[in-house]
Each structure stands twice: as structure tokens, then as C-alpha cells.
Design a protein around this ligand. Structure first.
Ligand code: AMP
Length: 113
């Protein structure tokens, strides 16, 4: 999508601090980190949100979730971490391209705000 900031990151039109990349996904540091480790993992193809995912996306999203585990290991999050997806208005999603936050290296709180 031409006006999507994360699509632009995926094609390197906008620079980012890339942690991991393959043909289907890219992981990069969040510009406004909420934890010592805060990485965003996105599919390269544009999907607006979890609510826009279809059955045909399930293999890609399964791979993406599995890769989050590997990225967590790569980043030394052996003591645990949190994976967050904000969806839609009530979920406070601000960037309308599906993404998972990977947060670590601090003790999280529950419930989230
Ligand atoms: P959400 O509120 O779940 O939609 O999260 C969007 C996230 O994208 C926020 O944590 C922002 O800090 C982050 N973000 C926005 N623009 C950029 C960017 N250009 N590079 C890295 N992270 C970004």
C-alpha cells in the first residue's frame, strides 16, 4: 500500500533498525521503545489488522509467530517476554499494518492499560 509507513519500511523506502528479515516478514526496532527490547514484527504484504486476516494468511502468520520465538532467542530474552497485537480502535492500533510488538528485558505488568 503506497501510503502505509510499514509497507515503506518493508521495501526500505523508510529506514529502520532491522533485526531480522526474510522473504515474508521483517522485524525492526520500535522508534518509541516501551521496554529495553521493543521490536515490531510485520508481514511484508499489507494486511490492515488481525481483524483483516483470512484463512489463506494462516500459514504465513504461523511462520511469523514461530519466528518471533527465534527472534526472542536471538535477542537474549531467555527470561521471558511479551508479544502484543493492538487491533482496531479499542485495541489502540495506531499503524494500520498488522504488527506484533515483542517486548522484553523488563518485568511486565498485568493487566495492561
Ligand atoms: P500500534 O500502536 O500497536 O499501532 O503500534 C505502532 C508502533 O509503531 C508504535 O509503537 C510506534 O512507536 C511504532 N512506529 C511508528 N513509526 C515507526 C517507524 N518509522 N519505525 C519504527 N517504529 C515505528
Amino acid at each position: 500500500m503506497t501510503d502505509c509507513i510499514f509497507c515503506k519500511i518493508a521495501i526500505k523506502e523508510i529506514p529502520s533498525d532491522i533485526i531480522y528479515e526474510d522473504e515474508n516478514m521483517i522485524a525492526f526496532k520500535d522508534v518509541n521503545p516501551m521496554a529495553p527490547v521493543h521490536v515490531l514484527i510485520i508481514p511484508k504484504i499489507h494486511m490492515e489488522s488481525m481483524d483483516h486476516v483470512t484463512k489463506k494468511d494462516s500459514v504465513l502468520l504461523g511462520e511469523l509467530l514461530y519466528k518471533i520465538k527465534e527472534i526472542a532467542s536471538l535477542l537474549g530474552l531467555e527470561n521471558g517476554y511479551r508479544v502484543v497485537n493492538n487491533c482496531g480502535e479499542d485495541g489502540l492500533q495506531t499503524v494500520k499494518h498488522l504488527h506484533f510488538h515483542l517486548l522484553g528485558k523488563r518485568k511486565m505488568q498485568w493487566p495492561p492499560g
